[in-house]
Design a binder for this molecule. Structure first.
Ligand code: HEC
Length: 106
């Protein structure tokens, strides 16, 4: 195999490996770009990823409310959640991240 072909093959294998495998993997990647700054550390009252106690009453509201709050933004008792976390992600991508956050936090 000549070297440019093998480089190309290597590059496309890399892209395939990095490509999201489904909604959960997708959400995890978007979480790391748009949401982790607040939700990993709990900055400004953000519920931490994996903090089941903090998330339980939020999850009880139903996932549609969580989607709405994540997409449109929301002023809660703990702090202010900016619309889409200040990102330019699509509504569908935000829903994927919310699904990921809920799955990690219950
Ligand atoms: C600038 C900090 C910040 C960023 C960035 C951020 N959030 Fe938040 N988020 C908050 C805060 C603060 C709250 C808690 C508000 C409250 O309940 O008082 C919150 C709450 C939430 C909730 C719970 C809403 C509810 O009804 O209880 C969800 C879901 C959420 N964020 C999703 C996301 C997603 C998805 C992203 C990334 C696209 C994101 N957040 C990025 C600060 C942030």
């Amino acid at each position: 195999m000549n070297s440019s072909v093998s480089k190309l093959l290597g590059a496309s294998l890399f892209v395939m490996a990095a490509a999201p495998l489904g909604a959960v993997a997708d959400g995890a990647a978007d979480y790391k770009t748009a949401c982790f700054a607040c939700h990993d550390t709990g900055v400004a009252g953000a519920p931490k990823l994996g903090d089941t106690e903090n998330w339980a009453p939020r999850i009880e509201q139903g996932v549609d409310t969580l989607y709405k709050h994540a997409i449109e933004g929301y002023q809660g008792k703990a702090g202010y959640m900016p619309p889409k976390g200040g990102s330019t992600l699509s509504d569908e991508a935000i829903k994927g991240v919310v699904d990921y956050m809920v799955a990690q936090s219950q």
